[in-house]
Design a protein around this ligand. Structure first.
Ligand code: ADP
Length: 519
């Protein structure tokens, strides 16, 4: 198949008669095919531009005349097809003062492309100025000789995504601002445990810049006595995702160490993977030093009270002995005085124990002893002082035990007297002793007022007493604290199970044969 151009010409004779036709044919196959190719490629190119989801615009000449524009672009500009042939900057004059006119001219002049990422552009749409965001490229268009003859614009509108990112940025800025206003020292760490943010309060307190704090400066502010423990505990949290809580001393900008409480919790994604950590550090220096001063005062005061009390006790005992023979009534008075002195003696003893624990001086006097007999002595004492309750006992230990007999008896007495004290309307308190896997387990059970779930963890703390109830029952709130320490030193455990208004069971377990803890 070929393509031809034909020219037909009549042959005219002298008498003007047509005697024939000359047909001249030129073969043009080549030209036709190549024109078709051009048309086809232009059609494709045209199609590509017009069906593209990208916004496409081709501007010709120095005046940036709109020569090609696709529907997506027209839609985004809120304009019709009539813009074709008009200069870009008269069609969208609002972009001039936003600096985009200059950018287009620059591209035209230099041939260097210009890129924008989520760039805000205000566009007048139907009489209203609207903000949209675009990711775009402006590139120079060249003719066959390589001379710049226009600028192409290819853009994507990214408004929702940009607004979303903007919101995140804003909310982050708000968080930072809030964190900076807090008197607390706030920090963020990444999943690997590296601290990546400190609020202003951190900087104000330590006198270090954000960069200095971040690059290991904060570790240098921690007291040398605590740094090892703090680091260990932090690494453990980072590994397990468990909450982090430590008391530590942190140096201020003058180099003075103040006590702080630092807590951090992991922020996890839906799959439970740690995304980051949020930490808050609170100044507890006053509280802590007050507590220390209180402990110290209690130590001194109870020590001072102990001596005159011991003397008074000795005299009352003498008095009691001599009155026993003569006057019944006076003997009873002396007896009552002796009981009160005994009680006072017990309270002062508890206070002295607290200060011994505080100073690490609560030593154990380890001997071999009969555990069952120790229990009997403890029960006898309580039974004598509380005739309204019956103490039921069960279980026995078959072998001798090794430990501090006096101190363990003190624990049993404490648990039994609490059981009696906190079950004023009950008749019976149970104590059960058992032996299991080389340990003695003691359970003291009452049907008393019980302890609420949220408080059951606090009762072993020093000076803790349940607030509303404290007024009804006498006590200093330190018996369980001392018991806990004694059991700990025996490498044992002390714990409680309780139901409010139903009663409590206190347990402790200690190795039958005490062995010193290896350090
Ligand atoms: P306290 O001198 O106040 O008895 P403890 O340290 O022995 O001090 O006990 C601490 C607190 O625990 C008590 O104030 C009380 O609120 C609670 N508690 C202890 N034992 C019992 C019990 N058997 N039943 C209910 N509450 C108890």
């Amino acid at each position: 198949q070929g393509f031809y151009n034909f020219v037909y010409q009549p042959i005219i004779e002298q008498d003007e008669e047509i005697s024939g036709i000359i047909a001249v044919a030129t073969e043009v196959t080549e030209q036709v095919l190549s024109r078709r190719k051009i048309e086809e490629s232009e059609y494709r190119y045209h199609n590509l531009i017009h069906t593209s989801a990208s916004l496409i615009l081709i501007l010709k000449g120095e005046d940036l005349i709109i020569s090609v524009v696709n529907d997506s672009m027209l839609q985004s500009m809120a304009k019709g097809k009539d813009v074709i042939g008009k200069p870009m900057l008269t069609v969208l004059p609002e972009i001039i003062e936003q600096g985009l006119g200059d950018v287009l001219h620059q591209v035209y002049k230099t041939g260097e492309s210009s890129y924008g990422y989520e760039a805000p552009v205000h566009i007048m749409r139907n009489g209203k100025m609207e903000l949209s965001y675009y990711t775009y490229v402006y590139a120079a268009q060249r003719d066959l000789n390589g001379k710049i003859d226009g600028v192409s614009v290819i853009a994507t509108e990214v408004t929702p995504q940009a607004e979303y990112n903007q919101k995140i940025k804003e909310s982050e800025a708000q968080f930072r601002q809030m964190a900076n206003l807090m008197p607390e020292k706030i920090s963020n760490a990444n999943a690997a445990g590296d601290v990546i943010y400190f609020n202003q309060t951190w900087g104000d307190y330590t006198g270090l810049s954000f960069e200095e704090l971040k690059n290991g400066g904060w570790q240098k502010t921690i007291h040398p006595d605590e740094i090892k423990e703090v680091t260990k505990s932090w690494l453990h949290s980072v590994e397990t995702g468990n909450d982090f809580e430590v008391e530590l001393r942190i140096a201020n900008k003058l180099g003075e160490y103040k006590w702080h409480l630092t807590r951090a919790a992991a922020v996890k994604d839906n799959n439970g993977k740690i995304k980051m950590w949020i930490g808050a550090t609170t100044d507890i220096h006053d509280q802590k030093t007050k507590e220390e001063a209180k402990d110290e005062f209690i130590g001194i005061a109870s020590h001072e009270l102990k001596t005159p009390l011991t003397i008074a006790k000795a005299y009352i005992d003498l008095l009691r002995m001599s009155l026993q023979k003569t006057s019944n009534e006076d003997f009873m008075y002396a007896q009552k005085a002796a009981e009160s002195i005994e009680r006072l003696n017990g309270l002062i003893g508890e206070l002295l124990d607290v200060s011994k624990i505080q100073n690490g001086k609560l030593g154990l006097n380890i001997t071999e002893f009969d555990f069952n007999e120790m229990i009997s002595t403890a029960i006898e004492g309580i039974q004598y002082a509380s005739p309204n309750h019956t103490i039921h006992r069960s279980g026995k230990i078959k072998q001798l035990a090794k430990g501090d007999k006096e101190r363990l008896q003190q624990v049993v007495v404490n648990l039994l007297s609490n059981a009696v004290k906190y079950s004023p309307n009950a008749k019976v308190v149970d104590i059960h002793v058992a032996e299991k896997n080389g340990e003695v387990i003691v359970a003291v059970k009452d049907k008393g007022i019980g302890i609420s779930k949220e408080n059951v963890g606090k009762i072993f703390e020093r000076y803790y007493r349940e607030e509303e109830r404290a007024t009804h029952f006498q006590g200093l709130g330190i018996g369980l604290y001392i018991s806990y320490e004694i059991i700990q030193r025996h490498n044992g455990k002390l714990w409680a199970e309780s139901k409010l208004l139903k009663g409590s069971t206190f347990y402790f377990s200690v190795p039958i044969n005490y062995t010193a803890k290896k350090l």
